[in-house]
Design a protein around this ligand. Structure first.
Ligand code: PLP
Length: 651
């Protein structure tokens, strides 16, 4: 299996080996409760005190408070609660306080959500005000200057998690110098990447999160400037000097201590210049692999560990799929649901065009990255570029890559465009083509050397009654006054597919043979295609029994059936981006309709098992279900996909 290159450090990081050892040691030898007065407890307390002292040194925390907690979301709650309680107390005492809760437009959601929550809960009724950022993602200082006299609390971040853009904290401090507003700076992405001398700044609150810098999840810290208002979020046994009750997470504290020690001794983490040189190598390989790439934040103003980019014509999901197939873990620059990427509010706030904000990819690494990882990442990025080019450009795709022949399904927002291709004559028609797919279809056909003969519709229109695609014939069948179905006869004159648009199969019962494959105009739950026999027979749940295979079951099935055919249903570019040597054919789910006739034509007795796989098991489930619904009982899929199981498939 391809080794994993984890380049999603802004989401979380692996645990540093020294941190892992420290956590284990804390659990084995230093398991005492630091509040206990016996020797076991005292040992734990000594460990905790040493880590706190180290954290104070690393952050230059001066006389400020420094408490351990569960992470930045908790630190943000505590800071917001502290600031809002102080504002309320001042207001109740008749002192002048501002009326605005100002937060940067690109803050992590934990900030505006916490502000709104505590503002409501405490009955303060202050106004939340989003501080705009400029096109480079930096806070608009002129806007802040105008707001400063009315600001009660200002929340900004040191560096942005999506773009890596580094804030001008000195500039903000300058603007706030005459303002009584309290100031929180979310330092989550800055630790280990930017110098922080907190006690020398005007910053009142600074939350940190261990898991963004090689400590485990569930440990964090909050710095509070000496003299800044403070209200505990958690009450109870009075731990952490009564600032944060609850028995301390000693394993987490010990691990964080090891990370802080590494920061102090300077030998584990790379310098800013070293990281910048590595970032430049990655940027160069991205530029070479992905023509037209645009970077969504000025690299010179961003953390050297974060690269946010978009590629014209490719969605973030498509890029993520190809990178993932090559074993490179990156993330969409934005929150991403399973099927479609939501635009990034961070990039929207920077005023970037919608296509960039909805197709952004974030590649980020931690400051302990090694040269071998960067080298391997560059090689794999080149492989991804080659895979994308091959799947879209190769006139005669390489062996194992699906040939453009027969129907191909392209789906946007649940609506299907069907391309009907004829490899022999290099001609093609598009049925119900969507405008959003025009550029994509053009590139695909151009790169395969195909000619588009017609754009057809299943909603009537004035098209001719039939047209030839090489030896295939496509003929029109008017079903109602304005709904049409297009029937595709194969080279032998046998009706193989019908493109039915919005027509329900029942409307076609008397018009079409019962086994012709019906290709719908909308993506149904099951996707792919159906037939009259299948659609009218209803669902038989037992037909799906035993379809899901885990790794060992797959290995056993392959041992028992050496003739089994293993089918990668990922897109051609994902298949090509995988390391070579996979003994599987590639039939992207979008091409399943083209392959079904061949598989279903096999006599029942000689049907070898078909085993589908993809990355997560979603697409392969759909493929196996489709085969089984059509009576191919020996169709299986790899549950959880290659993300969870290793395929025993070296060629
Ligand atoms: N702030 C920023 C900038 C972040 O990137 C994150 C994590 O994604 C958080 C806050 C929340 O941190 P935690 O996961 O420790 O709650």
């Amino acid at each position: 299996m391809t080794t994993e290159l984890y380049l999603d450090g802004n989401a979380t990081t692996a645990v540093l080996p020294a941190a892992l050892r420290a956590a284990v040691l804390a659990m084995e030898d230093c398991y005492g409760n630091p509040s206990s007065s016996h020797a076991t407890g005292l040992r734990a307390k000594a460990l905790m005190d040493a880590v706190r002292a180290r954290a104070r040194r690393v952050l230059d925390a001066g006389d400020g408070r420094l408490m351990f907690n569960s992470g930045a979301t908790e630190g943000i709650q505590t800071a917001v609660l502290s600031a809002l309680c102080a504002i309320r107390a001042r207001r109740d005492a008749g002192e002048a306080t501002g009326t605005l809760l100002v937060y940067g437009a690109t803050e992590h959601k934990a900030v505006p959500e916490s502000l709104a929550h505590w503002n409501r809960l405490l009955g303060l009724n202050l106004a939340l005000h989003k501080l705009p950022v400029d096109g480079d993602g930096r806070h608009d200082l002129a806007a802040l200057r105008a707001l400063a006299p009315q600001a009660a609390f200002v929340c900004t971040m040191a560096a942005n998690n999506e773009t890596g853009v580094v804030s001008d904290l000195d500039g903000i401090a300058n603007v706030l110098s005459a303002s009584p507003a309290l100031w929180m700076v979310d330092c989550v992405q800055a630790l280990g990447k930017l110098p922080l001398r907190l006690a020398r700044t005007r910053i009142d609150y600074a939350p940190f999160s261990g898991h963004k810098l090689y400590a485990p999840k569930g440990i964090g810290m909050l710095y509070v400037r000496a003299g800044a208002p403070f209200t505990p979020l958690m009450m109870g046994g009075g731990q952490e000097g009564a600032q944060r009750s609850g028995t301390e997470n000693m394993a987490g504290i010990a691990a964080l201590g090891a990370v802080l020690a590494a920061l102090e001794d300077g030998s584990t983490f790379r310098t800013h210049a070293g990281l910048t040189a590595m970032r430049d190598q990655v940027v160069q390989s991205l530029r070479a692999a992905l023509p037209g790439i645009v970077f969504n934040a000025p690299l010179a103003q961003a953390l050297p560990t974060t690269i946010n980019f978009s590629v014209p014509g490719l969605s973030s999901k498509e890029l993520l799929d190809v990178f993932d197939a090559a074993g490179i873990r990156v993330s969409a620059g934005s929150a991403c649901s399973a099927a479609k990427a939501a635009p990034s509010y961070v990039l929207d706030a920077m005023g970037l065009p919608a296509w960039r904000s909805s197709s952004a990819v974030r590649l980020s690494f931690g400051p302990a990255v090694d040269a071998a990882t960067i080298h391997a990442a560059c090689a794999r990025i080149a492989r991804c570029g080659e895979a994308l080019r091959r799947s879209g450009m190769a006139a005669e795709p390489a062996q194992g890559v699906s040939r453009l022949d027969g129907p191909m399904q392209l789906t946007v927002a649940g609506a299907n465009t069907w391309l009907v291709c004829d490899a022999a004559s290099r001609t093609c028609v598009a049925i119900d083509p969507q405008a959003a797919l025009e550029a994509r279809v053009d590139t695909l056909l151009h790169s395969h050397g195909f000619r588009l003969l017609a754009r057809l519709s299943t909603r009537g229109g004035t098209f001719s009654e039939q047209l030839m695609l090489g030896e295939r014939r496509l003929r029109k069948l008017a079903v109602t006054g304005d709904l049409t179905c297009w029937v595709l006869d194969d080279a032998q004159g046998v009706p193989a597919h019908a493109f039915i648009g919005m027509l329900a199969p029942s409307m076609l019962a008397a018009l079409l043979p019962s086994d012709i494959l019906l290709c719908p105009g909308i993506e149904e739950q099951s996707a792919c295609c159906t037939s009259l026999r299948v659609a009218l027979a209803g669902q038989d749940a037992s037909a799906m029994a035993g379809m899901h295979l885990d790794g060992p079951a797959l290995a056993a099935l392959l041992r028992e059936h050496p003739d089994a055919q293993v089918v990668d249903v990922r897109e051609a570019c994902e298949h090509a981006a995988c390391a070579a040597g996979m003994a599987a054919i590639n039939v992207p789910l979008s091409r399943l309709a083209a392959w079904l006739p061949e598989w279903l034509a096999r006599p029942e007795a000689s049907r070898a098992p078909l085993i589908f796989f993809c990355r997560s098991g979603n697409r392969s489930t759909r493929a196996a279900e489709c085969l089984r619904r059509h009576g191919y009982r020996h169709a299986y899929h790899l549950a959880g996909g290659v993300a969870l199981a290793t395929l025993p498939l070296a060629a």
